[in-house]
Design a protein around this ligand. Sequence first.
Ligand SMILES: [Zn+2]
Length: 306
Amino acid sequence: MPLVTSKEILQRAFEEHYAIGAFNANNMEQIQAIVEAAQEERAPVILQVSQGAIRYAGLEMAAGMVKIIASQVDIPVVLHLDHGTSFEQNILCLRAGFTSLMFDGSKLPFEENVAITRKICEVAHAVGIPVEAELGQVLQITDKVTPEDVERAMTDPDQAAEFIKLTGADSLAVAIGSIHAMRSQEATLDIDRLKAIRKKVNVPLVLHGSSGVKNESLLEAIENGISKINVATYLNQAFMRGLREGLEKMPDEVDPRKVLAISREYVKEAVREKIRLFGSAGRIDSAGGFVSPRKVFGVVKPGTPE
Ligand SMILES: [Zn+2]
């Protein structure tokens, strides 16, 4: 079916206390794996194009692949820009057919972040496209990041309320203790801070850097208003595990597809696992519409084991 906007699926997830997985679309195999997993799990899904993917595949190529695959399935698929860098880049994505935008002004002074986010919202909303913004900073993992740095970069609940009022952003990425690109699940989120933000901000909240967060903490975050969870590193790890295993098993193989097919299968499994954990499995009926949780059996609560 045609792409849908993130507004409609996030609002529903927010109201029904589950989260939508937002998975990074880096190459054809990963995109196929993500959408096949979502289709089999009957889950709405967000494919997001990061700055790295734009450099690697090009904006139009990444967007084109997502659009093609979305047209072949009967679940809602969103094409989202991850960490948009400027007003201009967001407008380019609007033109390329993205159905969800993001401006990350988290490193800018508050007023500047507000001004650019508001400008993007004005233009995007005119054509019905929602915008994610970021306040507070989800840091990138390096040897130098200390727990104090993470604490200092966290989202302030009062400022978040002011920010949403001033910008009209449709969802907000919050810094509550996760770090981008962590390789193992060690971090625990600041749920009290999340609750405080939730009390003051009435839009779906977004968690970046989920690959490094413990499952129990993710589930608590979903219960308290996180409606979109970005997953990148965990899928890249699965892809690379498949690649290494394939090369080891078939050292003389000349057909790259034989190896890449293993990677694709591993990514698919990783996506299925996350979709079930986030509680978005079983939300879409066989006609492509949303299952009403009150009427229909078979909806999987967040964290229900397979
Ligand atoms: Zn991020």
